[in-house]
Design a protein around this ligand. Structure first.
Ligand code: SF4
Length: 174
């Protein structure tokens, strides 16, 4: 059964929390796109998985609603005393996602993560070219307009773990 394979893969790769929901219960919010527009992460208009290139809200919602079920994953990372480990934490989270993708490579799932698509060393959006691998594009939770802060609170998942530790959220859809 597909769900069992996904849960096994999640356990093997190693995440701190996971919650299963219906994809219809994923929360999207225009405020998330507005926040992206402030471009604090540098991906706005610079990555095909981030706004405005990821499409309008309806397009993004539908991409997730094509699947019935969602599993939200969380990995809690220590960002360093002065948040100096932010970049290395993100790299570590992307490595976990890569391992999860490897395990579920042949399965009909979609995996979304934090940040933009990281498949290429440099996204072709930066040079205003089309996506090089549209079939393998990695979707972003925030870049799709998902309000992960509200969702994680509602589900009792850890967003701020204190002592400079935060949750990095990811999602498997099937
Ligand atoms: S596959 Fe490459 S070009 Fe396409 S969104 Fe990802 S990083 Fe950008």
């Amino acid at each position: 059964m597909l769900r069992d394979k996904i849960i096994n893969a999640i356990s093997e790769v190693g995440f701190d929390e996971y919650k299963e929901i219906s994809s219809a219960d994923i929360i999207f919010a225009d405020a998330v796109f507005a926040s992206c527009k402030a471009n604090t992460c540098g991906n706005y208009g610079q990555n095909h998985s981030c706004p405005p290139l990821s499409g309008d809200m309806d397009t993004n919602k539908q991409r997730f609603l094509n699947y019935d079920h969602a599993i939200i994953l969380n990995k809690i990372m220590f960002l360093g005393e002065y948040y100096e480990k932010m970049e290395s934490s993100m790299t570590e989270v992307f490595e976990l996602l890569d391992r999860l993708r490897d395990q579920l490579d042949d399965e009909p799932v979609m995996i979304a993560g934090p940040g933009g698509c990281n498949l290429c060393d440099e996204c072709s959006a930066k040079t205003s070219e089309v996506c090089r691998f549209p079939d393998q594009k990695r979707y972003s939770m925030e870049g799709s307009g998902m309000d992960i802060v509200t969702m994680s609170r509602g589900l009792g998942m850890t967003y701020n773990a204190g002592d400079n530790k935060v949750g990095f959220f990811m999602m498997v859809l099937y």
